[in-house]
Ligand binder design. Structure first.
Ligand code: GLN
Length: 566
């Protein structure tokens, strides 16, 4: 029998409900249970793929190519699961589905209503995930805050599930804010009381409450919440703001959240093994000797836009026992001040994905700086395209080289629009999305990092490396180290004559886990660990200076994979 845990939010948004849900998933997974997760987003967009980073933060891409809420990234990382389009349902999708059916006459002339049509459609998605994943536990997080008009059908749907599958198989958790009043120095419970009242007026009676606060939550505050919200005192938990999200599972576990849920749902309550999570918390507490990595992008003031990138860097740090400090650098600021001023203390530089021309010249200058000074560089999607443009301009001597996305009239479009992407009218869900295979070329850093020949990685792009320049770029030392199995697309490039300058057309950050750093991030951070920056002096250990493919030239047969050139 599948068990269902529902997580709702109260008082304010941005409470870290997704982290709380992901942490609950981790606690159950560490008890040997299989867990899958569903995020219900009440907004009317079909998916966040077309939303601005200012509105939504990162768009997380699943293996099957759906563009989803960034909470799916938390779930994948904390629970170590691969989710699909089944795990993110928006009101936009529900209404599109229902109106499509109405137009094709499926309702046989009936009146279409929120109850039962919308609520049944929502429940249909919950059931579909339960059936297809076969998981012991389905965690369902309802986006937004209780009281939002658009959230009501979703709350009604999750209310009905208790009646459908039985009280003993459902557990409702409400995550709320406990504001701290500086004048009286106390955490206030009244907003939580009101939020629970609003939830109960919808028929959802929470079994547990997690109170988020900027301070530890004392027992008397928990008791008060229990009394006023009609929840058992042992089912009220506190979650203070912690300095690392990876501390949340242990913090909640120590208060008994995992065991309370397991007992309520009749699940085996064995002692979970969270040793690794304790270990990584210690690494992150090391403030003495952090490794400084610069992330150079267009939206660096919005860290959430690059959430998975930041997390993947931290995971690579865990692997090497290093606390990573990210310096967020605006590429436009680099255009104004030059890279030297802003990148002077970084031992590794990462240029993440992005769209449009703003700040691009700053990114190109960053790539030049990293290449000329042997500073480890990792380019992701746009960051890889930037690396190709930089190489073409400065090594091939093509000063106008550019991407067609950034300069439609460039003489040298080293980054081209992909076949099938030209003239698309719809912007939603039309990029090259999701997982595709990539063949790694022997003797390259990419092949060494992964340790296997064939990998699958997730994509989200419209433009690609232009094969017309492949032989020239390879001869000049920019190696195509990963290609589509039919050799039609270049997926990874690397500068052979550099400690680590690798760019991937895909997004490795989505596949990284705290317990399993992604190979490209792992090797990038490894190279960064080996850089000593004293003034402008860089010392590389001898082994790092060695060409992976031998000492004379890069040892790769230039153009062997470049059939598209012929
Ligand atoms: N804008 C580039 C493209 O569409 C890169 C996309 C990205 O970085 N995700 O190809």
């Amino acid at each position: 029998m599948t068990r269902y845990i529902f997580v709702t939010g109260g008082v304010v948004s941005s409470l870290g409900k997704g982290i709380a849900a992901a942490s609950i998933g981790r606690m159950l997974k560490s008890r040997g249970l299989s867990v899958s997760v569903l995020k219900l987003d009440p907004y009317l967009n079909v998916d966040p793929g077309t939303m601005s980073p200012y509105q939504h933060g990162e768009v997380f891409v699943t293996i099957d190519g759906s563009e989803t809420d960034l909470d799916l990234g938390h779930y994948e990382r904390f629970i170590d699961v691969e989710l699909t389009s089944l795990s993110n349902v928006t009101a936009g999708q529900i209404y599109t589905e229902i109106i499509g059916k109405e137009r094709s006459g499926i309702y046989l002339g009936g009146t279409i209503q929120i109850i039962p049509h919308v609520t049944d459609a929502i429940k249909g998605h919950i059931k579909a995930l339960a059936e297809q994943s076969g998981a012991d536990v389905i965690l369902v997080e309802v986006g937004g805050t209780v009281g939002d008009i658009e959230g009501q059908p979703f709350l009604e749907a999750i209310r009905q599930v208790r009646g459908d599958v039985g009280r003993e198989n459902t557990f409702y958790i409400h995550v709320t804010l406990l504001p701290f009043l500086g004048s009286t120095k106390e955490l206030k419970t009244k907003p939580t009381q009101h939020s629970v009242q609003a939830l109960r007026s919808m028929g959802v009676h929470p079994d547990a409450i997690i109170g988020r606060a900027d301070h530890e939550v004392d027992q008397d505050v928990k008791d008060k919440i229990a009394r006023f919200c009609d929840v058992r005192p042992e089912n009220v938990f506190g979650l203070p703001t912690l300095d690392s999200v990876y501390k949340v599972p242990v913090h909640l576990e120590e208060q008994g959240v995992g065991s309370t849920i397991s007992k309520a749902l009749g699940l085996p309550d064995i002692e979970p093994d969270l040793a690794y999570w304790r270990h990584i918390a210690e690494i992150e507490d090391d403030e003495e000797d952090p490794l400084r990595i610069a992330v150079v992008g267009k939206y660096v003031e919005l860290h959430d836009s690059y959430l998975s990138v930041a997390e993947a860097l931290r995971h690579a740090g865990f692997h090497h026992g290093k606390n990573i400090q990210i310096d967020w650098i605006s590429s436009e600021e680099i255009e104004e001040k030059g890279p030297g001023k802003l990148l002077g203390s970084a031992v590794g530089i990462l240029v993440p994905g992005g769209f449009g021309p703003r700040g691009i010249e700053g990114m190109i200058a960053t790539a030049t700086y990293a290449r000329e000074r042997n500073i480890p560089y990792l380019g992701l999607c746009l960051g890889m395209q930037v690396m190709v443009i930089e190489y073409a301009r400065n090594i091939l001597g093509l000063p106008k080289a550019n991407s067609l996305e950034l300069d439609e009239s460039t003489d040298d479009p080293v980054i081209n629009i992909m076949e099938g992407q030209e003239g698309l009218v719809d912007t939603g869900g039309t990029m090259r999305l999701g997982q595709y295979p990539c063949r790694l070329r022997d003797g390259t850093r990419a092949r060494e990092a992964y340790g296997v020949e064939l990998v699958k990685e997730r994509h989200r792009h419209r433009y690609e490396y232009n094969n017309d320049y492949r032989i020239r770029l390879e001869e000049a030392g920019l190696v195509a180290s990963g290609v589509a199995p039919d050799d039609s697309l270049v997926e990874i490039t690397e500068v052979y004559d550099h400690p680590f300058m690798v760019g991937s057309q895909f997004h490795p950050e989505f596949a990284s886990r705290p317990e399993k750093a992604h190979p490209l991030f792992r090797e990038f951070v490894h190279a960064a660990c080996n850089i000593l920056r004293e003034g402008e002096q860089f010392e590389l250990p001898a082994s790092e200076n060695e060409n992976p493919a031998g000492s004379d030239g890069h040892g790769l047969e230039v153009g062997t994979l470049a059939s598209a050139e012929e």
